[in-house]
Design a protein around this ligand. Structure first.
Ligand code: NAD
Length: 294
């Protein structure tokens, strides 16, 4: 069992660190927030001295700039030369590649390993990991990733975990726009939306988003729309992931017109209703009256 420093004990990091503890690892939790530290036994402020003993250093932080700061101020200042760095945050591909190159220049192994599955998957240890980095680093990390996740896909070169996550979530964002628009038009045409859902679910319009994020309350009882659009996956996180995909598109010169429109629409929606599930963007397409939204 490994000696693990886990930096970032927020919505995702805290349950992930707890799952590692439950699997028998020796986990020292770290966060800059005293409020977050109070919710994890024995947690400390992240310092170079505090991570000196760690064999594995996991980061689960909001954005690339936070991971870069922690690497510069804590990890590179204090990590043992044999330490393995695993960044599970969702960050831009270019920063992930830069951080991997910086780690390599210090003889540290690093993996980018963003996740999908949300807080529920984190608590259950059933996250899906998309991993980039060297084969040797992946072989060392695998038992730790397997404790936190049910599906682990190794893509190879540094940054490719983040690349896979950005492309995957861009497909989800574009699909979400398609499903929401289809239902908005079906409603405007006064179709029976229960029958329309059943038609789509059994035909070529079927998708994960359709079956899990149908925007019509009551059609899919377990969908966020049937629970006042409580997340699920918050529209602010969808907007963030779509912007990361756009950063990757710009960086590579690849055109992604539907991805660009989804990024624009979700960013605008998240400014108003960032805490609602992403399927709530339906409201902006179909102008639902207030009482139907609550
Ligand atoms: P969060 O904001 O709840 O938690 C982030 C934690 O990092 C906070 O506790 C914060 O205090 C801490 N932090 C910030 N800067 C720090 C620093 N310099 N040193 C130490 N701690 C610091 O975020 P989250 O929802 O847990 O998400 C974490 C990452 O996982 C993000 O990149 C997010 O996009 C990704 N993600 C989130 C979800 C989700 O459903 N929440 C799902 C998949 C992926």
């Amino acid at each position: 069992m490994a000696n693990i420093a886990f930096i970032g004990l927020g919505t995702m990091g805290r349950p992930m660190a707890k799952v590692l503890q439950a699997a028998g690892h020796d986990v020292l939790g770290m966060d800059i927030s005293a409020e977050m530290r109070a919710m994890f036994d024995g947690a400390v402020e992240p310092t170079a001295a505090a991570i000196a003993e760690a064999e594995i250093i996991v980061t689960m932080l909001p954005e690339g700039r936070h991971v870069a700061k922690v690497h510069a101020e804590v990890v590179h200042a204090g990590a043992a030369s044999s330490a393995l760095l695993i960044d599970c945050s969702t960050i831009d591909v270019d920063t992930a590649r830069d951080l991997a190159a910086q780690a390599k220049s210090k003889d540290l192994m690093m993996l980018d390993a963003p996740v999908s599955g949300g807080p529920t998957g984190a608590e259950a240890g059933s996250l899906s990991f998309m991993v980039g980095g060297a084969d040797e680093a992946f072989a060392r990390a695998k038992p730790v990733l397997e404790a936190m996740g049910a599906k682990i896909t190794f893509f190879g070169p540094a940054g490719s975990g983040q690349a896979a996550k950005a492309c995957h979530n861009m497909i989800c964002g574009i699909t979400a726009m398609a499903v929401m628009e289809g239902f908005a038009l079906a409603d405007a045409l006064q179709l029976d939306l229960h029958k329309f859902y059943a038609l789509c679910a059994g035909a070529a319009a079927q998708s994960w988003t359709l079956e899990n994020r149908c925007p019509i309350p009551g059609v899919v009882p377990a969908a966020p729309s049937s629970n006042a659009f409580a997340p699920g996956f918050a529209s602010a996180l969808m907007a963030k992931d779509l912007r990361l995909a756009q950063a990757a598109a710009t960086s590579t010169g690849q055109i992604t017109p539907f991805g660009a429109e989804a990024a624009r629409a979700f960013t605008e929606f998240a400014r108003m209703d960032g805490n609602l599930d992403f399927s709530a963007i339906y409201k902006t397409l179909r102008a639902l009256p207030d009482e139907a939204q609550d």
